[in-house]
Design a protein around this ligand. Structure first.
Ligand SMILES: O=P(O)(O)OC[C@@H](O)[C@@H](O)c1c[nH]c2ccccc12
Length: 278
């Protein structure tokens, strides 16, 4: 792709599907009113017992994933919480990520951690599709509507995660009053991941913002790298969804504790998903 600002075809298709869903949602249903589970408090609880705050993502498939995972999303979510996830993210985009609003509702009923709704919200009416504790707004896709959508989401009680890729988007997010900001390491033009993206944007984020590193985090070393660059929390999908979700989550949330002990988390009993996080 010659123009780095141009979106990958998959991303364009995702956005046009999102706009169709927004049109269908317009004027339907009432505005939701959410009593959210506090995301910052969940991160603090994790820190207090030595877990790196991880938002684990239930993502059955994606444009960059081969195949799809057909397991019960509720069982996957429970495994992530058992593995120590501070919060969950659930895709509700149906056409490209295998998500659904129904899945999010079932997951949120089954767990007590905050749940982020992961979708491509471009119009206010989409906010009323389902209750969640946090909604995502992607600076690149909402453009000048960011302040209005942020206000509309907050009016409904949602906490808002604003996703950015570069400093220009970061400035827009800060101007709009975002207090929780995610830096996505996946570039939307080429869909490739570079952890250097977070490292280049993070130094410009004020300290009072809750800062989340998103995408491409695959190992305890990646976790430590993002934390060293200033991440308060991490959003991880593929690396957790690939295999035993409880064990995968546990390995990442323990990345700092294990380094201190120099222990191998894989030696732990990782098959018992009913265990509560330690
Ligand atoms: O699977 P990964 O590389 O761990 O990434 C998770 C998450 O960051 C990614 O799914 C994501 C980040 N921003 C998004 C916006 C929409 C859909 C998905 C995403």
């Amino acid at each position: 792709m010659d123009d780095p600002d141009e979106l990958a075809p998959a991303v364009r298709s995702i956005l046009s599907a999102a706009r169709d869903r927004a049109d269908a949602a317009a004027g339907a249903g009432e505005a939701v009113s959410v009593s959210p589970r506090d995301l910052s408090a969940a991160f603090e609880r994790a820190e207090a017992d030595g877990r790196v705050p991880v938002i684990a993502e239930v993502k059955p498939t994606s444009p960059t994933t081969e195949g799809s995972r057909e397991d019960d999303p509720v069982a996957l979510a429970e495994g992530m919480v058992a593995g120590g996830a501070a919060a969950l993210s659930v895709l509700t985009e149906p056409e490209h990520f295998g998500g659904s609003v129904d899945t999010l509702e079932r997951v949120r009923d089954a767990v007590d951690v905050p749940v982020l709704r992961k979708d491509f919200v471009v119009e206010e009416a989409q906010l009323d599709a389902v209750e969640s504790d946090v909604v995502l707004l992607i600076a690149r896709f909402v453009g000048d509507d960011l302040p209005d959508l942020l206000a509309a989401a907050r009016d409904r009680g949602f906490q808002v995660l604003v996703e950015v890729h570069d400093r220009e988007e970061l400035e827009r997010a800060l101007d709009a009053g975002a207090t929780t900001i995610g830096v996505n390491n996946r570039d939307l033009a080429e869909l490739v991941v570079d952890l250097g993206t977070f490292e280049s944007v993070a130094p410009h984020v004020p300290d009072d913002v809750t800062l989340i590193a998103e995408s491409g985090i695959g190992s305890p070393a990646d976790v430590r790298r993002m934390r060293a660059a200033g991440a308060d929390a991490l959003l991880v999908g593929s690396a957790i969804m690939d295999g035993d979700v409880a064990a995968n989550t546990r390995e990442l949330v323990r990345a700092e504790a294990d380094e201190d002990e120099d222990a191998d988390p894989r030696l732990d009993d990782t098959t018992d998903t009913t265990e509560t996080p330690t």
